[in-house]
Design a protein around this ligand. Structure first.
Ligand code: ADP
Ligand code: ASP
Ligand code: MG
Length: 422
């Protein structure tokens, strides 16, 4: 008997009808002779709505209370899915994250899973039941408090359970048919890929493709879990996210596997920095001490007449104010002129393992953007990715022209089956 973990995202359990449809799908998998562990997200846009409510009653909601609030979303859907399965005549039991043994560190809002002790899940399966687990949540042993794993974190719950229970596959059911060459809501000509390496998926997820949460892909990569991303609205084969075996990557691959866009970043420019040794170190130590993660960094050549240079870097918009405050507090000590903040930027990334063995990808990317009249503000590269910063209003157009330029366009329009894209 195989054990299969099935995760259903918010758009797949958005209302009573959807929950009944999902329940039937789960029962189908059980009847095919598998043990089934289900991980559910909160219904529809519940998590966003709860965040809006929190913001309406408090300017800075306490992180512990925020987690108490948000985990309620997944508790609703887990119980409803269990009820719907029971009314189809199958035994089903729902479990919160802590009941399922999802042990995390204590960092509210973005806790990391440190251990999974799924004893109660195993017993439920042994008794012939289908286990339904609330995604996105865990429990910290030392504080005794409930935690959440970060937005999109139900994916991580599913992968962690799949690994702990030694599942054959971790199926991620969502509102599109799989992983596409770009977000099908933005690029209508995007096409579904049948297989993608976890390395490429990691780059796409890290650069804005929210179809999978980055930590889930990291976890799957580290623990050798195979993911199958597919639609809960049809029975089509989706996309397999896999870890290639030694030598497997030598197979000829497309140069570009996908294009991702990210509107969640802002650009900080520190202007008029004295061109002496150690200034970059001072600036980035301040940013690091404020607990802020950086993405791209660009330093301009100092102007010959003044000997002053500028450094720009990008941070998450949610860290923008903290970065400005930290820098301003150190202005006199470091001796720069001023800080400029721009949150109207978009980041476009092209990802592909084939880039390793192909020259000229940057040239092709920059040519496509310049032909479309799109200005590039910053550039960064990794072994299998090139990212550029444009203005936020140019991002969607940039994704479309780049998708076309790399020959990724499909001749049929991509379908999105549900969800609001929020
Ligand atoms: P769920 O509620 O099932 O977790 P999400 O909204 O988190 O679903 O993720 C699915 C969405 O991810 C899709 O509706 C799509 O708009 C978006 N998306 C972004 N990039 C991609 C991509 N490369 N392939 C498929 N979907 C993508
Ligand atoms: N409900 C949570 C969110 O919206 C977790 C998830 O859906 O994966 O982020
Ligand atoms: Mg998701």
């Amino acid at each position: 008997m195989a054990l299969i973990v099935q995760k259903f995202g918010g758009s797949s359990v958005a209302d009573a009808e959807s929950i009944k449809r999902v329940a039937a799908r789960i029962v189908e998998t059980r009847q095919a002779g598998n043990e089934v562990v289900v991980v559910v997200s909160a219904m529809g846009d519940t998590t966003d709505e709860l965040i809006d409510l929190a913001d309406a009653v408090s300017t800075v909601p306490a992180p512990r209370e925020m987690d108490m609030l948000l985990t309620a979303g997944e508790r609703i859907s887990m119980a409803l899915v269990a009820m719907a399965i029971r009314s189809l005549g199958h035994d089903a039991r729902s479990f919160t994250g802590s009941q399922a043994g999802m042990i995390t560190d204590a960092k509210h809002g973005s806790a990391r899973i440190v251990d999974v002790t799924p004893g109660r899940i195993r017993s439920a399966l042994d008794e012939g039941a289908i286990a339904i687990v609330a995604g996105f949540q865990g429990f910290n042993r030392s504080t005794g408090d409930i935690t959440t794993l970060g937005r999109g974190g139900s994916d991580t719950s599913a992968v962690a359970l799949a690994s702990a229970l030694d599942a054959e596959v971790c199926e991620i059911f969502t509102d599109v048919d799989g992983i596409f060459t770009a977000d099908p809501r933005v690029v209508k000509k995007a096409h579904k890929v049948d297989r993608i390496t976890s390395e490429e998926m990691l780059e796409l997820a890290a650069n804005g493709a929210k179809v999978l949460y980055i930590r889930a892909v990291e976890f799957a990569r580290r623990h050798g879990v195979t993911m199958h991303v597919r639609s809960s609205f049809n029975h089509n084969e989706g996309t397999i996210v896999y870890n290639p075996k030694e030598g497997e990557e030598a197979v000829e691959e497309p140069i570009i596997t996908g294009v991702a866009g990210d509107l969640s970043q802002a650009k900080v420019t520190v202007v008029g920095i004295p061109d002496v040794v150690g200034k970059a170190a001072e600036i980035f130590t301040i940013i690091a001490e404020a607990g802020i993660n950086l993405d791209m960094i660009v330093q301009n050549v100092p102007a010959a007449d003044t000997g002053l240079s500028d450094i720009s870097f990008t941070v998450a918009k949610t860290d923008g104010q903290a970065a400005i405050d930290a820098l301003n507090a150190a202005q006199a000590k470091i001796g720069f002129d001023k800080v400029i903040y721009d949150d109207e930027i978009g980041k476009l990334s092209v990802v592909g393992a084939g880039m390793r063995t192909n020259a000229g990808v940057s040239a092709q990317l920059f040519t496509a953007l310049s032909t479309a009249g799109i200005n590039i503000e910053m550039i960064s590269t990794s072994e299998i990715r090139i990212s550029v910063v444009t203005s936020d209003t140019d991002l969607n157009n940039a994704m479309q022209v780049v998708h076309t330029a790399f020959g990724l366009d499909s001749n049929v329009e991509a379908q999105v089956h549900g969800g609001t894209g929020r």
